[in-house]
Design a protein around this ligand. Structure first.
Ligand code: NM2
Length: 535
């Protein structure tokens, strides 16, 4: 074990912060639960608008960049073709950014909106149905993907224009913070990023695990307990650990490919054997509702509270604010993967591609799986809401999937898919956590370091599951995401600063695509890394 390799202040700082938050919650669960509630209300009530402004700001900024000079910059040499075909690029992008949560929320999110709609709409009314079909797509739509893409800008720019390996957020914002990147400020930025990612992954794993547990219960009859769920989480970590030892590249590549093909098969199966026309028409209409109300949804913070005949529902705090925070904590890490696979594309191509393909992929899930559930409920074939009130969301998801023809088989495939999704989350997150806590990365971060973070990743979700409650899971992302709002500003600024400087110095001012001739000093360590597929 090479101790010189590790950036100890960041490593210890991040791990201690994790323990400082989780240990008291486990030791004093009652008080802990109250404090989590207080933190949630404090953040969302006071700063909710800030999260929403960040989302809309990221969206506006990316559209601006895409159509500005900076968007014309090509990520690579003049003659370089995109490294991956557009289909594989889009598939990898999706695999990197999306995990088991899409299986969870695409099936069940509409129920929450149907029962607690925004804009003062009557719960469980026909109007609520329409919002319920569109809101999930909004929370997994263009703004969400813009949040993901923003950090990819400076990182990709460094990779393929300046030919410099950037694995840390502190490095990506160096053009703005200068030498501070090497001192405590840089370390703090990296620690806050790690903490955010631990919170976001905590939300993911604490949601995904109970769903897998219900699937396993449905197939094997093993009762769902906290202990059984802890075992499931450990099994996922071990799957990752094994695959990382038996040749990580191949292991993870196989898992990612399986992910895509199994997902597409399940979607096709539900679309064809489910209520096809209902699904298509409802999805089509939901896209219309979304386009029609995009800015209304993006800015709704319930400003009237209980005034003027409105009744405060807490909808924006519980959903839009939470979602933007959740995407935010994953953003620098997904940005890194997006950057890595975008060689040979222009900045504009990367921006439009992530927002369009990413949103399209999420629409497929929400449109097909969500509307299948909605159809079951509205047609009376299966009382989704009654079931959910009695058995909770995780069991309801599995029950909905179980309504399909060959229900048990589909549930088995669905559960298997969720397990792979979870294992690949462990893989990619621990990869990044290990990279950020090292001083330098030769090829790949040290194996023991990756394993350490894979197991450390279990601590937060186990704590959250122990405390229980959806708002507890959400709080992890909301609190973890807060500092990242400011780091996003630094990332955007950093990109504008370096790229504008280079463009000014470039002689190809008039060419529609700008090729920056940047002289590379030495071979980037990233060259060895780039063959590694994301997730
Ligand atoms: N996001 C996409 O759990 C997962 O699927 C990973 C979650 C941010 C809502 C990302």
């Amino acid at each position: 074990m090479k101790t010189k390799l590790i950036d100890w202040p960041t490593f210890i700082g991040a791990f201690c912060l994790l323990l400082a938050v989780t240990l008291p919650l486990v030791l004093f669960p009652e008080t802990g639960r109250t404090w989590v509630g207080v933190a949630n209300t404090f953040m969302t009530q006071n700063f909710g608008m800030l999260y929403l402004a960040m989302g809309l700001g990221a969206f506006g900024f990316l559209i601006f960049v895409a159509f500005s000079k900076n968007g014309h910059v090509k990520l690579g040499r003049e003659d370089e073709e995109p490294e991956f075909s557009t289909f594989s690029w889009a598939a990898m992008l999706f695999a990197a950014g999306i995990g088991s949560s899409i299986l969870y929320w695409s099936v069940i999110e509409w129920v929450y909106y149907y029962q607690g709609p925004p804009f003062g709409v009557e719960p469980e009314s026909t109007e609520a149905i329409q919002w319920a079909t569109a809101y999930g797509m909004f929370h997994w739509g263009p703004i969400a993907w813009a949040i993901y893409t923003l950090p990819a800008l400076p990182i990709a720019y460094f990779f393929y224009v300046r030919r410099k390996s950037v694995l840390k957020v502190s490095e990506a914002v160096r053009p703005v913070i200068g030498k501070w990147a090497d001192g405590p400020v840089g370390k703090l930025i990296d620690i806050l990023f790690i903490f955010g990612l631990l919170g976001g992954a905590g939300t993911t794993l604490a949601l995904g695990t109970p769903m897998i547990a219900e699937g396993v219960n449905e197939i094997t009859g093993i009762p769902v307990t906290l202990g059984m769920q802890a075992v499931i989480m450990l099994v996922c970590t071990v799957i990752f650990a094994v695959s990382s030892y038996v040749g990580l590249k191949r292991g993870i590549k196989v898992l990612s490919d399986l992910n895509i093909w199994l997902s597409l098969s399940i979607l096709a199966f539900v679309l064809i054997l489910g209520p096809t026309r209902f699904i298509l028409e409802t999805t089509f209409n939901a896209v219309g509702i979304l386009l029609d109300n995009f800015f209304k949804m993006a800015t709704w913070m319930e400003p009237f509270g209980n005034l003027g005949g409105f009744t405060e529902t807490g909808f924006p705090e519980a959903w839009t604010v939470f979602y933007w925070a959740w995407w935010l904590v994953y953003a620098p890490f997904v940005g890194l993967f997006v950057a890595r696979i975008s060689r040979g594309r222009t900045i504009r191509g990367m921006i439009i591609g992530t927002m369009v393909y990413g949103t399209f992929g999420c629409i497929l899930f929400f449109g097909i799986l969500g509307n299948f559930g909605l159809y079951l409920h509205l047609s009376g074939a299966f009382d989704v809401i009654g079931y959910m009130d009695t058995y909770g969301p995780a069991a309801t998801i599995i029950a909905i999937i179980g309504q399909l023809p060959f229900g048990k088989v589909v549930v088995a495939v669905f559960t298997f898919l969720a397990i792979i999704f979870l294992a690949t989350t462990f893989d990619s997150s621990s990869y990044i956590l290990a990279s950020v806590t090292q001083k330098y990365v030769e090829g790949e971060p040290a194996a023991w370091n990756r394993l350490f973070w894979a197991f450390a990743l279990c601590i937060m979700p186990l704590t959250l599951m122990f405390l229980g409650g959806l708002d507890t899971l959400q709080t992890a992302s909301i609190v973890g995401g807060f500092p990242l709002i400011f780091i996003m500003l630094l990332l955007a600024w950093s990109f504008m600063r370096v790229s504008s400087k280079d463009i000014r110095a470039s002689d190809e001012y008039e060419s529609p695509t700008i090729h920056i001739k940047y002289r590379k000093k030495k071979r980037s360590p990233f060259d060895a890394l780039k063959d590694q597929p994301p997730e």
